[in-house]
Design a binder for this molecule. Structure first.
Ligand code: SF4
Length: 332
């Protein structure tokens, strides 16, 4: 290893960047943003593709080998495929993945199998009506067709389903049932308070324990599956089923001890934790033509301040401000 890896003050090696290419989205999931949307960033206030590539070069030089493209909805950004191909060609990350709501993937099926081994799809219901209630858009049929097309193309599809009271509890068993014959991974995510409106106290009480008990009440023979050290998902398989399911305790934050990730928001802010209330403005540094060495130093200093866990990060929010910004501005 010619470079010194990126290590935070808790001894965790940071080798995973989640890069948000936009804060815009074509859905209006109620747990993420208000119906009217949010004040989206102007073009001049978001990273250009060139600036993102410059940053990724710096990150590559300090051992970042996993990149996830997020949003908002990444595919609403113009010419995204050009950028994705540049990342693949120039940065050559060991792991390259994307999180999408799959409303637009049908437009890019010529390229996606070349670009990604894994695609994560955010889908909270297998029922068109509940899908509409959650997303405020009538796109279920399109999304489901696009997921089938992704699966047929040989891409490993992982479904991210946020579990919410009175919204989609009926879907939990249907999602697990879907793994009977489909080689997909369905991951249930605890609801988080990043919604620009609702106080954190009003979010779902369906934590990872309750979700697993609910599934075990229906499916008796379940095997727990080993997962990589820094994985956030606890994985399981119903015996005899083709696919797997997992649970991500995103609000319980049980996995912070092995956290290996940082986030770059669409406006070029380096967030050391999902629960961080503010970060390091890399866009400004880029536009002041800082050299790769200077950028590396700024990133290392930011990572040295990385919080021990999501609770510590939340506490830094000026005394637990209850209102959290929308997930579409953070990048998930
Ligand atoms: S909550 Fe923060 S520290 Fe914990 S895993 Fe997520 S990003 Fe890492």
């Amino acid at each position: 290893m010619k470079y010194s890896p990126l290590i935070d003050r808790h001894g965790r090696r940071i080798n995973y960047v989640r890069l948000a290419v936009t804060d815009r989205c074509n859905l209006r999931c109620f747990y993420c943003m208000p119906e009217e949307g949010i004040q989206f960033l102007e073009k001049k206030s978001i990273l250009t593709y060139e600036e993102m590539l410059r940053l990724l070069h710096v990150f590559k030089g300090i051992g970042v080998d996993k990149i996830r493209i997020t949003g908002g909805e990444p595919f609403v950004r113009k010419d995204l495929i050009y950028f994705l191909k540049e990342v693949k060609k120039e940065i050559q990350p060991q792991e390259f993945a994307i999180t999408t709501n799959a409303t637009l993937t049908h437009l890019y099926m010529d390229d996606l199998p070349e670009l990604f081994q894994t695609v994560n799809v955010s889908l909270d219901s297998l029922d068109a009506e509940r899908f509409f209630k959650i997303t405020r858009r009538d796109d279920f049929k399109k999304v489901f067709e696009n997921i089938q097309e992704l699966i047929r193309s040989g891409i490993q599809v992982k479904i991210n389903a946020v579990v919410m009271n009175e919204k989609n509890i009926e879907d939990i068993i249907s999602f697990v049932e879907w793994t009977r014959n489909e080689n997909i991974e369905v991951r249930f995510i605890e609801e988080m308070p990043f919604n620009g409106t609702r106080e954190k106290d009003k979010i779902s009480d369906w934590n990872y324990v309750k979700i697993l008990q609910h599934i075990q009440s229906k499916f008796k023979n379940i095997t727990k599956i080993e997962t990589p050290v820094s994985s956030t998902s606890m994985m399981y398989q119903v015996n005899g089923f083709t696919g797997k399911f997992g649970i991500i305790p995103a609000f319980s934050r049980t996995f912070c001890g092995t956290c290996n990730r940082i986030r770059i928001t669409a406006k070029g802010e380096l967030l050391t934790c999902l629960y961080s209330s503010s970060g390091t403005n890399l866009l400004q540094e880029l536009r002041q033509n800082k050299s790769e060495e200077e950028l590396e130093k700024i990133i290392r200093n930011a990572v040295l301040e990385k919080e021990k866990n999501g609770f510590e990060a939340a506490k830094k929010r000026n005394g637990f401000i209850p209102i959290y910004e929308s997930m579409t501005t953070i990048g998930g």
